[in-house]
Design a protein around this ligand. Structure first.
Ligand code: GDP
Ligand code: IMO
Ligand code: MG
Length: 427
């Protein structure tokens, strides 16, 4: 019963959508287990180019069932528009199901996040402003509203009345803004209830049955390890865990069910939003990587901060996730560079730092120690067999494997599904 988790191993946007779309060919179930519409997963396949925010990236295969797991927070309006777009482009979404335990993003989450970010000024997290943090906050504070609550409109009414009363006090008394209308939100969410009720169910039962039948399951992560609330660059991170451990919690499987944990690493480093990034390049090379790789946010279109591969962070990522193998993506983006650097260590005031620090303030002070490799200066987008990569590109991949601490089972050399070198199958 193969169950593989696909985990963003850096600061997000590693190319998880591409990898999941490619692997989903063999999957029977594809489950999104964390995050919300802060994610933007790009898929380029024979049906076109898609930017998925909530729908699992396996939706394109008629043989696979898609599940939005309990670990996800759902903005129903975003999901409706995403499904409408998919349907308008002839993608069948009838095999999509939603966990009855997933939490809903409510209008007050988005309003409050905007007010909080604005009030932080220069110390803002630089969130996607989709209400993600406030929605997860309510989940752990036990004041959230879940998809299952949509199945009974009286329960929905009670939960909303309780939550909104308190939220409106903060909106009016702390921020001096207008309160939100109960009637408007209630009637809107009753419409969402009518739309989504047929899709909401106990998806853990579906997955248990799939395992009994020995059917392959793919667990699709969102964000990246370095944005994790525990292990990321706190407080500059997101509010749900992108880690392999949460692949189980966010879908309702047990750790013993996982048969492969795949870490998705870009061949270099990017980050959107605020927070430390030791290898950031604020120069022509950084700009060249951004332009050649079109490194702009999938959701917000914000320019991504670009830099050299950070192997200190990568080793840490492998350690806390137990990656069995890595997918190295966007190798082709480095095709034209004559020299390529890898950060193999950090220094603070000349003193060597071996491990990725817990504190964002400490990480901010870390100076990267680089080793330099020659670039291959050849196009790799058409390569499908590892041995046909330029030898200098092979050398770069080999060095990344040594530093990351696990073998590269997949190497991606372009956006399209088929632009992938498969060295070892995951399922
Ligand atoms: P995700 O959030 O991890 O799914 O990644 P995003 O979709 O936000 O960003 C990754 C970007 O890289 C998308 O535009 C992908 O189409 C693109 N991409 C993925 N793999 C490759 C690759 O190997 N080469 C190139 N050039 N682009 C890639
Ligand atoms: P995918 O799944 C890259 C970043 C935001 C911000 C921080 C907190 O496409 O890889 P949030 O809205 O989550 O509270 O923002 O996290 N962030 C991402 N960066 N890729 C993502 O998702 C991200 N999701 C959130 O930019 O710095
Ligand atoms: Mg993305």
């Amino acid at each position: 019963m193969p169950v593989a988790a696909v985990i963003g191993a850096q600061w997000g946007d590693e190319g998880k959508g591409k990898i999941v779309d490619m692997l989903a060919e063999k999957a029977k179930y594809v489950v999104r287990f964390s995050g919300g519409d802060n994610a933007g997963h790009t898929v380029v396949n024979p049906l076109g180019e898609f930017k998925l925010r909530l729908t699992p990236s396996g939706i394109f295969y008629p043989g696979a069932t898609s599940i939005i797991g309990n670990g996800v927070v759902i903005n129903p309006e975003v999901l409706i528009s995403e499904l409408e777009e998919l349907n308008s482009r002839n993608v069948d979404t009838s095999r999509l199901f939603i966990s009855d335990r997933a939490h809903l993003i409510m209008p007050y989450h988005i309003v409050l996040e905007g007010l909080e970010e604005d009030s932080l000024g220069g110390k803002a997290i630089g969130t996607t402003r989709k209400g993600i943090g406030p929605a997860y906050g309510d989940k752990v504070a036990r004041t959230g509203i879940r998809t299952g609550d949509l199945l009974d409109k009286e329960i929905l009414r009670e939960r909303l009345a309780l939550a909104l009363d308190y939220k409106n006090k903060i909106i009016t008394k702390v921020f001096g803004k207008e309160p939100l209308s109960f009637d408007e939100i209630y009637s809107q969410y009753c419409q969402y209830a009518d739309r989504f009720s047929p899709l909401i169910r106990d998806t853990t039962v579906m997955l248990a049955a799939a395992l009994d039948r020995n059917e392959p399951v793919l667990l699709e992560g969102a964000q990246g390890v370095l944005l994790d609330p525990d292990f990321g660059t706190y407080p500059y991170g997101t509010s749900s865990s992108p880690l392999a451990g949460n692949a189980c919690l966010g879908s309702g499987l047990g750790p013993g069910n996982l048969t492969h944990v795949l870490g998705v690493f870009k061949a270099f480093q990017t980050r959107v939003g605020a927070g430390p990034m030791p290898t950031e390049l604020k120069d022509d090379i950084g700009d060249a990587i951004r332009e050649y790789g079109q490194e702009y946010g999938t959701v917000t279109r914000r320019p991504r901060r670009c830099g050299w591969f950070d192997a200190v962070a990568a080793r840490f990522s492998t350690r806390i996730n137990g990656f069995n193998s890595a997918a190295i993506t966007r190798l082709d983006v480095l095709d034209k560079l004559p020299r390529i650097k890898i950060c193999t260590g950090y220094k603070i005031n000349g003193e060597k730092i071996e491990n990725f620090p817990a504190s964002a303030i400490t990480l901010e002070k870390c100076q990267p120690v680089y080793e330099e490799l020659p670039g291959w200066e050849k196009l790799t987008g058409n390569v499908r067999i590892y041995k046909e990569l330029p030898s200098k590109a092979q050398r770069y991949v080999k060095r990344l494997e040594e530093l990351i601490g696990c073998p590269a089972s997949l190497i991606s050399v372009g956006q399209r599904r088929e632009q992938t070198i498969v060295r070892k199958s995951i399922f």
